[in-house]
Design a protein around this ligand. Structure first.
Ligand SMILES: Nc1ncnc2c1ncn2[C@@H]1O[C@H](COP(=O)(O)OP(=O)(O)OP(=O)(O)O)[C@@H](O)[C@H]1O
Ligand SMILES: [Mg+2]
Length: 378
């Protein structure tokens, strides 16, 4: 599978930034979506309230009254000599590992937080500007951004500065697992304890939520990216084959698993032979890939165990009754729900669209601001 296929995965609401033809998809609250050729009815209303899931792997944007209007990989292609942006989002993701000498395709977020402030700010500015410019009346929006719950004050400032420089009037933040829980529809404001595991590209966050707050939180900087890395290493060690990260991600999505699911698969993988330097193709089996990703998977399992250990007993009993909800793209790894159920003895539920939980939750916060005000911080 190519990187294009990877990028399409889970992508229900993507639009091509900067390349909109005469058709807009307008998402109407309530979940329906309509197509208006050459005319976006919503564009008459300004985009003055925007929710952003600024993820290590994907950035999603929700505009109040419209729904999710953008879903792009968090990747930027830059011309080395001038620093000029050559592509952002899917266009740049297609360039990962394929760029000529003069161009660099970078992922400005790492482990859930901003690694390259300048590039993150440019990317965010581009996404926000693209959205604001689609509206007849342009205003500086109020922006809610999701951040990892373990974020430091310096990292928090970097997110705030990025959004402000990108054109936000006011920036509010919400912890990612809280947004995920709201997106899934959990009653976060009640005294009942709910546990959410959000597995993104760069982080896994496990939170117990009650009374609109995070009661306990375990966050590790291991996510889907580490699985890709493990596959790159495995192919190098076992097949003398060099593959890039997009190929490793494709292998993970197509045949990767955390536990046997009764659905073993095989695929052809192309790469460069380490010894001869010549391109070659090998066939790999899902059992090998399961072995390859075992270490990061075990780190996730251990983190869930730790999270359960520090959960206050009253809330733990709620979790026994209600189970755990898994969100984020990493929740799609086959067999992970089975493995976690086995290891914890608890029911594990996977949201039906785990890649959009966080932005949907942030959107709900915008839609019902008074109800959720207490989950926000500045
Ligand atoms: N079908 C799938 N199977 C396995 N992994 C998948 C699948 N689809 C997407 N992923 C992985 O999910 C991850 C991206 O998930 P997501 O968009 O939730 O992350 P993110 O929010 O950008 O990251 P973070 O929350 O860590 O900042 C990537 O590692 C991607 O490879
Ligand atoms: Mg995320």
């Amino acid at each position: 599978m190519d990187s294009e296929a990877v990028a399409r995965n889970g992508d229900k609401t993507r639009f091509q930034t900067g390349k909109l033809p005469g058709t807009f998809t307008t998402h109407v609250r309530g979940g329906s979506s309509m197509k208006f050729p050459g005319l976006n009815l919503m564009s008459w209303l300004p985009a003055n309230e925007i929710a952003v899931d600024l993820g290590t792997a994907n950035t999603l944007v929700y505009v109040k009254g419209e729904g999710i209007v953008l879903n792009e990989p968090s990747v930027v292609a830059i011309e080395k000599s001038t620093g000029k942006i050559k592509g952002i989002g899917l266009e740049a993701k297609r360039m990962l590992g394929r760029t000529p000498d003069g161009i660099l395709a970078v992922r400005p977020l790492k482990d859930g937080v901003i690694a390259d402030f300048d590039v993150t700010e440019k990317m965010l500015r581009y996404f926000l500007k693209t959205i604001i410019d689609k509206h007849v009346f342009r205003v500086k929006p109020k922006v809610i951004i999701c951040v990892p719950s373990g974020i430091t004050e310096v990292e928090r400032r970097a997110v705030r500065d990025s959004a402000e420089t990108a054109g936000a009037k006011q920036v509010l933040m919400v912890a990612e697992p809280m947004a995920a829980a709201i997106g899934v529809g959990l009653p976060v404001e009640t005294p009942t304890g709910n546990m959410v595991i959000d597995i993104g590209g760069g982080t896994t966050e496990i939170a117990v939520i009650a009374l609109s707050g995070i009661v306990s939180d375990t966050s590790i900087r291991t996510g889907g990216d580490e699985l890709d890395q493990a596959i790159v290493q495995f192919m190098r060690k076992n097949y003398n084959l060099l593959v890039g990260e997009p190929t490793a991600e494709a292998i993970k999505i197509k045949i990767g698993s955390a536990a046997p699911t009764g659905d073993e698969r095989e695929m052809e993988v192309k790469g460069r032979d380490l010894v001869s330097g010549i391109p070659k193709t090998v066939r790999v089996h899902s059992t090998e890939i399961r072995e390859a990703v075992q270490e990061p998977i075990q780190q996730i399992v251990d983190a869930v165990r730790r999270a359960l250990e520090i959960t206050p007993p009253e809330l733990a009993s709620d979790i026994v009754d209600r189970g755990i909800v898994m969100t984020g793209g990493g929740a799609l790894i086959r067999g992970l729900d089975l493995l976690l159920a086995q290891e914890t003895g608890l029911p594990i539920h996977v949201d039906e669209d785990p890649l959009t939980c966080v932005v949907r939750g942030t959107g709900r916060i915008l839609d019902d601001f008074e109800k959720y005000r207490s989950v926000l911080s500045t």
